[in-house]
Design a protein around this ligand. Structure first.
Ligand code: ACO
Length: 443
């Protein structure tokens, strides 16, 4: 199959959220820490009636309905998530009734779990399948979903929640340049969930920031090498129209993009003009290790990057700033934001780079198909979804977090079944019985 990629997309995030400004005041953080310091506007969270399973059910049914895809047409279903509700039974199996109803149980794929990377692993699995000799001509379906919650403390404002479904097939308006993928994998204790009784991660915030930048450097270098070999010319940030980042919080995205310009400076790439060279040359002799710690370098690169950032990165920041970190879904929520903001102009453009661990290189093609970029933007209806949310006061938010802590891993309870805040068509949790079996219904 040729030009394999994303044919259709649907985004779901809970309609319940808290303004970062309000949370900041409640937490006693200095004014501006969450909004300017972390760069976040608002944070979505699941109440007791929602979880990664219900959000995935909502996203998948909505995608199939809105794009008119017959459930029988799905041949592979891959879920990326690090929100573990069951150590054996996959989230995928909870989605199977949607397909079983139509007599389709012949669907490959399972869940992929590895922190935020699981979503990208799921996507690559589907793309590779469609490109392979095992492909049976049907669509692949990818779901990235997480409920990102942290214990009380400095990490709590970097939570979020969402599910994103993506339909994968040939002749896609968003196709992947599979030869230009670059990955970085390493063994680090920066972010992990060793306490199986708790939904909260153990996180070393500072180390996780450095790890992100190191992985980014490594992927960017490897990507640039591959680009040079394939295209016969050096890559710089000038060569991509847009950059899309995994977004734990927006400040890290600003710093990460600036870091790419530092990479361009070190390799004398074309994005660096004389003025930028002058600003960055005092840092040319730093060791790699020193460069991650230097606040002055961070400031200088952010200055150099600012005009590039506004044009090439800002259009992809909307949902991550409004919803928060969505772990596996974060990168794709950034991508959805770009489609939302730029779908009409994207058709005229050639390249964009998606950066995460790993960056890949989809090209947005001009081909006319029933799955068009403008249709994706219309279906996702991001503005309306953001507008129709309900802002919670911090006291209520804290109570919900406490209840969720208590419920996590629990059995033998019924939820309030209060779905008044959910949009019609949203799935929600009604009960977990004495055998831990979970029951959902559709509003
Ligand atoms: N006005 C403006 N800016 C402020 C203010 C203020 N009043 N107060 C602080 N700031 C700035 C700080 O200077 C800092 O920005 P800088 O890094 O540009 O200097 C920023 O706000 C954050 O302040 P810190 O003191 O660094 O915040 P803290 O250490 O308390 O927590 C952290 C931040 C580490 C990101 C925490 O939220 C966390 O651990 N989050 C989870 C881990 C995470 O998301 N890691 C990212 C990659 S891994 C992943 O995807 C999960």
């Amino acid at each position: 199959a040729k030009n394999v990629g994303i044919l259709a997309m649907e985004v779901y995030f809970p309609p319940t959220c808290i303004q970062q400004e309000v949370l900041e005041a409640h937490d006693g953080a200095s004014k501006g820490k969450y909004t300017i310091g972390l760069g976040q506007d608002c944070m979505a969270f699941c109440t007791e009636v929602e979880d990664v399973i219900s959000m995935s059910m909502t996203a998948v049914t909505s995608l199939l309905e809105k794009y008119g895809v017959d459930p029988k047409e799905i041949g592979r279903l891959e879920v990326g998530s690090e929100t573990v509700l069951d150590k054996s039974k996959s989230i995928k199996t909870f989605l199977m009734p949607i397909f079983e109803k139509c007599g389709n149980t012949d669907i490959e794929g399972v869940d992929s779990t590895n922190a935020c990377y699981g979503g990208t692993a799921a996507l690559f699995n589907c793309v590779n399948w469609v490109e392979s000799s095992s492909w049976d001509g049907r669509y692949g379906l990818v779901v990235c979903t997480d409920s990102a919650v942290y214990a009380e403390g400095p990490a709590r404002p970097t939570g979020g929640a969402a599910a994103i479904a993506m339909l994968i097939g040939p002749n896609a308006p968003i196709s992947f340049e599979s030869k230009l993928r670059a990955s970085h994998m390493a063994h680090v204790y920066d972010f992990y969930k060793p306490d199986l009784a708790s939904e909260y991660p153990v996180v070393d915030g500072k180390l996780s920031q450095t790890c992100y930048l190191m992985a980014l450097d490594s992927c960017y270098k490897s990507f640039c090498d591959k680009y040079q070999k394939l295209e016969g010319k050096q890559f710089s940030v000038n060569d991509a129209e847009y950059f899309v980042f995994h977004s734990p919080y927006n400040k890290l995205v600003q710093k990460s993009f600036a870091r790419l310009l530092f990479n361009d400076f070190l390799s004398s790439a074309s994005s660096i003009d004389e003025a930028a060279k002058e600003k960055l040359s005092p840092f040319s002799s730093l060791t790699n290790e020193e460069s991650y710690q230097s606040r002055d370098l961070e400031k200088a690169t952010q200055q150099v990057a600012k005009p590039f950032y506004d044009a090439k990165v800002q259009p992809s920041t909307l949902i991550p700033k409004q919803v928060g970190n969505m772990y596996t879904a974060s990168l794709y929520a950034a991508f959805a934001s770009l489609l939302h903001n730029k779908n009409s102009t994207l058709v005229k453009m050639s390249n964009l780079v998606v950066v995460y661990q790993p960056p890949c290189f989809p090209s947005v093609l001009t081909r006319e198909t029933s799955f068009s970029l403008s249709n994706i933007a219309t279906v996702m209806n991001v503005s309306e979804k953001l507008k129709s949310r309900n802002e919670f006061p911090p006291e209520k938010f804290v109570l919900i977090m406490k209840l969720m802590e208590h419920r996590y891993g629990g059995k033998d309870f019924v939820t309030s079944k209060d779905c008044s805040l959910l949009a019609p068509g949203t799935y929600y949790l009604t009960e977990v019985d004495s055998k831990y079996r979970r029951f959902y219904t559709k509003k």
